[in-house]
Design a protein around this ligand. Structure first.
Ligand SMILES: Nc1ncnc2c1ncn2[C@@H]1O[C@H](COP(=O)(O)OP(=O)(O)OP(=O)(O)O)[C@@H](O)[C@H]1O
Ligand SMILES: [Mg+2]
Length: 339
């Protein structure tokens, strides 16, 4: 991996809910390299959004408890004050959400919204900011940026709005762009265009991108590295090829086993694995996936297996106590099911 840009250490996010504190993020260590695209995958509720929002304190509040460290440019963003964070947000680390319609201001022209983001972080005249906003709309692939700039969000298509969100994210040429399901609401053609755009950003601007997705097809297409989340933890992590072609954790194997191969039809949503993930406040000892795992044995229930290198390549980590023979059996069994 290239030079470290952002280092997440022991990150936890707990939400106070009726009945206790929900451990949405239960201790994550992750380093983002400069210019890489990291895909964060996992079922609904695994903590992907809670993790990404906590990086820049977007989910801070009286009922949210964020712990651990997020080191960026020599400072810790978890401990940073709101004023300091406001500077980081949008300027150094930008977040693009899935639901562009909800994130945009319905009463303001989109060009003005992009320009405003530029002016929040830079001393630049209104006129120049508007000019730059139009340029940005062009850069994200909007065919008639002048016209789009004057439109209100509801006058644009879903794909256009998503591009506007990305333009806002890029307004200040951030070092890190966190894109939370940026293509989910879009049809396949537009989705491919947005992904190509992210890839281009990485190439031309060296932007580090965290791409949150349910879609393993998206992962295969654009990711350099993959982190698989389950119940608030990363249970497997490695290069794209390591995770997709040599999965180590039965959960990852399960996700992949029902995805058709490249020559099959393009079905790529995360397939259902029998049972449902832990979502309550109580987290019994042991591996969180154990209740759903076909290959569970006694050791799985004793303690939470740490994420570490076990039987695969140097940077390929997993949190499963199965030994090498057990993994081979698991892989074999799942391949059989897939046929
Ligand atoms: N503000 C909140 N208050 C209480 N619980 C929350 C809050 N936000 C998220 N949660 C809970 O935290 C857990 C993780 O949620 P999160 O939104 O991070 O999941 P996700 O992986 O992004 O899921 P999805 O794929 O559906 O977007 C879930 O159990 C969710 O219900
Ligand atoms: Mg989410």
């Amino acid at each position: 991996m290239s030079e470290a840009l952002l280092e997440i250490r022991g990150l936890t996010v707990g939400f106070d809910v009726p009945g206790g504190r929900l451990p949405a993020v239960a201790g994550i260590d992750l380093t983002l390299g400069k210019g890489e695209i990291l895909a964060l995958v996992g079922e609904s509720g695994s903590g992907k959004s809670a993790l990404s929002m906590s990086l820049v304190g977007l989910n801070r509040g009286p009922r949210t408890h964020i712990g651990g460290e997020v080191l960026f440019g020599g400072r810790d963003l978890v401990g940073a004050g709101e004023k300091e964070l406001r500077e980081v947000r949008g300027k150094d680390i930008a977040v693009v959400f899935q639901d562009a319609l909800a994130a945009l201001n319905p009463t303001q022209r989109v060009g003005d919204q992009v320009a405003e983001m530029i002016r929040t972080h830079r001393r630049i005249s209104k006129r120049n900011a508007s000019k730059r906003a139009e340029e940005l709309l062009g850069e994200v692939g909007i065919a008639n940026p002048g016209q789009a700039a004057r439109a209100y969000p509801h006058q644009l298509s879903g794909g256009m709005r998503q591009r506007v969100m990305i333009a806002i994210g890029l307004a200040n040429d951030p070092a890190v762009l966190i894109a939370d399901e940026p293509t989910t609401a879009l049809d396949v053609t537009i989705q491919a265009q947005v992904l190509r755009l992210l890839k281009r950003l990485q190439r031309d601007h060296g932007t580090t991108i965290v791409l949150i997705t349910h879609d393993l097809g998206v992962v295969a297409e654009v990711a350099d590295r993959v982190a698989v989340m389950y119940a608030g933890r990363i249970i497997e992590q490695g290069t794209r090829d390591e995770v997709l072609f040599d999965p180590q954790h039965p959960y990852t194997m399960g996700l992949l086993s029902s995805v058709p191969r490249v020559d099959g039809p393009a079905v790529s949503r995360l397939p259902a694995i029998a049972g449902s993930p832990l979502t309550g406040v109580a987290r019994p000892d042991g591996c969180a996936f154990a209740p759903r795992c076909t290959f569970v044995h006694e050791a799985c229930q004793k303690q939470t297996p740490p994420l570490q290198r076990r039987y695969a390549g140097e940077a390929h980590l997993d949190a499963c106590v199965l030994d090498e023979a057990g993994r081979a059996r698991a892989r074999g069994a799942l391949e059989e099911v897939a046929q």
